[in-house]
Design a protein around this ligand. Sequence first.
Ligand code: 13P
Length: 257
Amino acid sequence: MIMKKELRKAIIAGNWKMNKTPGETGALIKEIIPLAMNADCTVVVCVPFTSIAVAAESVKSSPVKVGAQNVHFEASGAFTGEISAAMLKEAGAEYVIIGHSERRQYFGETDETVNKRTKAALEAGLTPIVCVGELLWEREADITDEVVSRQIKLDFAGISAADASKIVVAYEPVWAIGTGKTATSEQAQEACKLIRDRLAALYGRKTADSVTIQYGGSMNAGNAAELVAKEDVDGGLIGGASLKAADFGEIIKAASK
Ligand code: 13P
C-alpha cells in the first residue's frame, strides 16, 4: 500500500526572520545550494523583503526556491510600509509565510488578516505557508484542538478546495519557537493529523491528503529525522537552524529519506 505521505513532497523551508542583509544573503545561499542539489524534498529560503531580489538571482539554475515572510492583502494604495503580492512575485518570490506567530504576537495579525493575505497570495500565484499553533498556556489548558481548529477554519474561510490544496500549513506551537523546546514527534504528529482532519471536514479527504503540513519550532539537525518521519509531518519550517548551512543541510537530508 502506498502511504499518503509518499504522495506529498516534503518542504523544508528556512525562515530567516530579521536576519541577513542583501550583502550577506548571497553567501548563505551559495552554501545552501549544493546541499539542496540532490534533495528529495523542496527547499525554500524565506528571506527579508530587502533580500528577495538578490536571493532570486542567487538561486538561478538551482532547485532552491525563494519566499517572503509576509504580504499585504491589498493590491496597492495608501498602506505605508506594506508590500503587495505582485511586488513579491516580481521580485522573485514563489512562497510567502503568512500568520507567523511573531506577526500575530507583535504586529496584531489576526485570523481575519491571515485569511485576507492568504487569498491575495493565491491570487498572485504565490504559495502561502500559513502558520497556526497554540500558546503554552493554551496547551496546558488542554485547548490545543480548539485553538488550532479555529485558526484553520478562519484562515481557510472562503477558500475553494482547489486553492486549499495549493496552501502549505505550518504547525508551529508557539512555546517551541526559538526556545530550544521542541514538540515531541508524537505531539507534532498529533497536531498535524488534527489539522489534516479539520481540512478533510472542510474539503474532503482527498484534498486534505494532498496538503503539505510542516512542523516548526526548534527543529534542528538532531531532531529533524524523527519529526519528519511521522505520517502527517511533511517537512519543516525552520528558524535558527536555517541560518547555519551545515545544520540546514542535515535537515534537508533527513527529509529526503
Ligand atoms: P526556530 O526554529 O528558531 O525555533 O523558529 C521556528 C520558526 O518560527 C519558524 O518559522
